[in-house]
Design a protein around this ligand. Structure first.
Ligand code: SF4
Length: 330
């Protein structure tokens, strides 16, 4: 069931995985792990924008059956939700764990525990290790992998990020990450600043997705239809055209590939502080959804998935619900 995965295992065997983990850990002393480059010393707990220090924060982990079918398969995606974030989206569906850094202190673990969680998800039969919001914890993830590879971890690693990733960090992940699952959130830096407090999101995200595609290319699945490698770009449709869907998807088709897999998400639901923003205070309309689908067809982006319009109830997590954050469990 859990076949050895040669790429990161060979990086481990050559010592390269440990060298990269150490290089990344050293950068925490003047943190530039993500594009914010706060330059705080996280080794001694100085807080940067993400309010995260040396120890990784695991807010939740579970077998997730609501990811794209190639990730959830029949046994679930082994999902690890990291606490805190390097964005501050006013409509974040995970706001309970992404923006309440005082409470997230209780979820600090160490790299040994992170490694144990990975093994636990593998033992539960999950198809992959799905790292959700990993951008601010890349050094800690590699330190955990160095511990867990000799103990038999052999699942594909999924990097499920908002794409606000630094190039210098992504190059260290070449050969480590099997499947990239990046968001393509905006086509306007002004909107990204207003809604996610991110400077130059568009440039950083597009560079990041280009690098991810360079590393792992198009989606490859096994004989059961479960993903083994490749990029799946997620695009969440926002109301009133705020996601810049036409421009974002046009860039993807023109500058990356029309063969890249796209996961079109219709689950937007006003949550967190969205009601303070009139343009964000409703769900998307059927006409907005159909417009984006039509745009994808026109652009030749035909690989991937589109959520149905009634999906928001199933996909919105509640991290305070006992047992499992999602209504979809099996
Ligand atoms: S990872 Fe956190 S501390 Fe480091 S640059 Fe990004 S936001 Fe700042």
């Amino acid at each position: 069931m859990n076949t050895a995965h040669p790429k990161y295992i060979s990086l481990y065997q050559s010592g390269e995985l440990a060298r990269r983990a150490k290089r990344l850990e050293a950068r925490l002393a003047a943190c530039d792990i993500c594009p914010r480059a706060c330059r705080v010393n996280r080794l001694i707990g100085e807080p940067g924008f993400c309010h995260s220090g040396l120890r990784p924060i695991v807010a939740s982990f579970c077998d997730h059956h609501g990811e794209e079918p190639v990730l959830s398969g029949s046994r679930g995606s082994g999902t690890i939700f990291f606490g805190n974030c390097n964005l501050r989206c006013v409509y974040c569906q995970n706001f309970q764990i992404s923006q309440d850094w005082q409470r997230q202190r209780a979820n600090e673990v160490d790299c040994h525990r992170l490694a144990e969680i990975m093994l636990k998800l593998q033992a539960a039969g999950c198809h992959n290790i799905n790292l959700v919001s990993p951008s601010h914890f890349v050094p800690q993830i590699l330190l955990a992998l160095v511990k867990v590879v000799p103990r038999g971890l052999g699942l594909p690693i999924v990097y499920n990020s908002n794409s606000y990733d630094a190039m210098e960090t992504l190059v260290e992940l070449d050969g480590v990450i099997d499947i990239y699952l990046p968001d393509l959130k905006y086509a306007s830096d002004t909107t990204a600043k207003e809604l996610s407090d991110a400077v130059n999101y568009v440039g950083h995200a597009r560079s990041a997705i280009g690098e991810m595609y360079r590393q792992v290319g198009e989606l490859v699945v096994d004989s059961s239809g479960v993903a083994q490698r490749g990029v799946i770009v997620r695009h969440l449709i926002l109301p009133n055209g705020l996601a810049g869907s036409r421009q974002s998807l046009g860039w993807l088709a023109g500058e990356v590939s029309t063969s890249v897999s796209v996961s079109l998400m219709s689950q937007y639901h006003p949550t967190h502080r969205a009601h303070q923003y009139p343009l964000l205070s409703r769900r998307i309309l059927l006409s907005e959804y159909e417009d984006v689908l039509e745009t994808m067809n026109q652009l030749g982006l035909t690989s991937g998935w589109a959520q149905g319009m009634a999906s928001h109830r199933l996909y919105l997590p509640d991290f305070e619900r006992h047992g499992h954050p999602f209504l979809i469990e099996h």
